[in-house]
Write a protein that binds this ligand. Structure first.
Ligand code: AGP
Length: 372
């Protein structure tokens, strides 16, 4: 009913709008006044966490994309090797696991069969499993050694939005916590990022306030057949997520690529007027990859692409090559997905509407996939 949707036309729109609150709720009570993390729910002792020699993340779909981003954060802040694998592939390839591996299973519903089977396999090998989950008391957290709930509130729309943002926050918390417990040379950066994370929900709110041009742009693309997405570093999984949202909702051919792979094949797809969404990393920090992506934008535009550029406020280098420019607030590099994903959700939702599709219940899809 309309009341359940809180006045929005679709649950998806409501859930997109709830993201600032959801992100704040994931952080609630987990950052203490001194600015360090207390994750009491992670019932794996600090001494066990110091023994971990490998992190393996298993998940499906959007949750898998959260895992891909988590890898950048975990390896950077903790220096522990981290693998991310589609849960459906994991147990069938005889993965190397033991008591010193920490397996993180990410799932909104907590009922995804592939993810459940992957975590059962990990526990049989003696690994500890930490679930990142949104649904209290569901199967995946019940079968795990510990659980960090995302507290996003119920997600009804089949396309995941607020669950994704809060999975990211939970992954950052785990990465920062592991860094804190183990002590790394990034101690100061960890402190600073915890502070930025505690303010990030306001940045998500600011992004939501500027989405009207994104909706207008989406409506002009309703008759297109293909949209491509490019990203680099943590922007690469964001590109994958943007493409997945568009497939699910708009039933369009959409693909995400690592920008550095363009010349290894995908650039052959660029033709006159094909829309390409580019997620641009911050010019601060890792400015080398920023400059490389700016030349990618130049290259594809020279071949006729219609460039839709998502870039940080104040990034002037992209301006000459952007047919459409979507601004996002400056954040620490690793946190950028929390703001960069939001326009892609809005874009996909609006395109679906413009194409007359059922937004909350896309064809052929179920909210949680409880079969293998
Ligand atoms: C996301 O928009 C999808 N509907 C889907 O990929 C989903 O993220 C995936 O099925 C995993 O679900 P889970 O988080 O409930 O395990």
């Amino acid at each position: 009913s309309a009341a359940e949707k809180g006045g929005y036309d679709y649950f998806m729109l409501k859930e997109i709008a709830e993201q600032p609150r959801a992100v704040a709720d994931t952080l609630l009570g987990r950052i203490d006044p001194s600015g360090s993390l207390t994750l009491d729910e992670v019932r794996i002792s600090p001494s066990e966490l110091r023994e971990i020699d490998k992190v393996v993340i298993v998940a499906c779909g959007t949750a898998f994309h959260a895992g891909l981003i988590a890898k950048y954060a975990i390896e950077h802040w903790t220096r522990i090797p981290c693998e991310v694998e589609l849960a459906s592939e994991f147990r069938y390839r005889d993965p190397i696991l033991d008591g010193r591996s920490l397996v993180i299973a990410i799932s909104q519903s907590g009922e995804t069969m592939d993810t459940l089977m992957a975590l059962r396999h990990a526990r049989e090998q003696g690994s500890k499993v930490l679930a990142i989950c949104n649904t209290n008391g569901s199967t995946i957290p019940r079968e795990s050694d510990a659980v960090l709930y995302t507290h996003a509130g119920p997600e009804v729309a089949v396309a995941s939005t607020k669950a994704f943002l809060t999975q990211l926050v939970a992954c950052y918390l785990v990465a920062l916590y592991l860094g804190q417990v183990r002590g790394t040379k990034w101690g100061d950066e960890i402190q600073a990022v915890i502070k930025d994370l505690s303010r990030i929900s306001e940045e998500v709110e600011r992004v939501l306030e500027t989405m009207e041009p994104v909706r207008a742009l989406a409506r002009t693309l309703a008759a297109k057949n293909t949209v491509l997405f490019l990203g680099r570093h943590v922007g690469y999984p964001v590109a994958l997520e943007g493409a997945l949202k568009l497939k699910e909702l708009a039933y369009m051919h959409a693909e995400g690529f690592a920008a550095g792979e363009l010349k290894h094949g995908p650039i052959a797809l660029i033709e006159e007027d094909v829309p390409v969404v580019v997620v641009v990393p911050s010019p601060r920090g890792r400015s080398v990859i920023h400059d490389k992506i700016v030349s990618n934008i130049q290259e594809i535009r020279a071949r006729g692409a219609r460039t839709i550029v998502i870039a940080e406020e104040g990034d002037e280098a992209v301006v000459p090559y952007a047919d459409h420019l979507i601004r996002i607030p400056a954040t620490p590099t690793l946190l950028q997905p929390l703001v960069a994903t939001v326009p892609l959700q809005v874009f996909a939702c609006e395109l679906a509407t413009a194409r007359g599709n059922e937004v909350d219940q896309p064809r052929n899809l179920a909210k949680s996939v409880t079969v293998e």
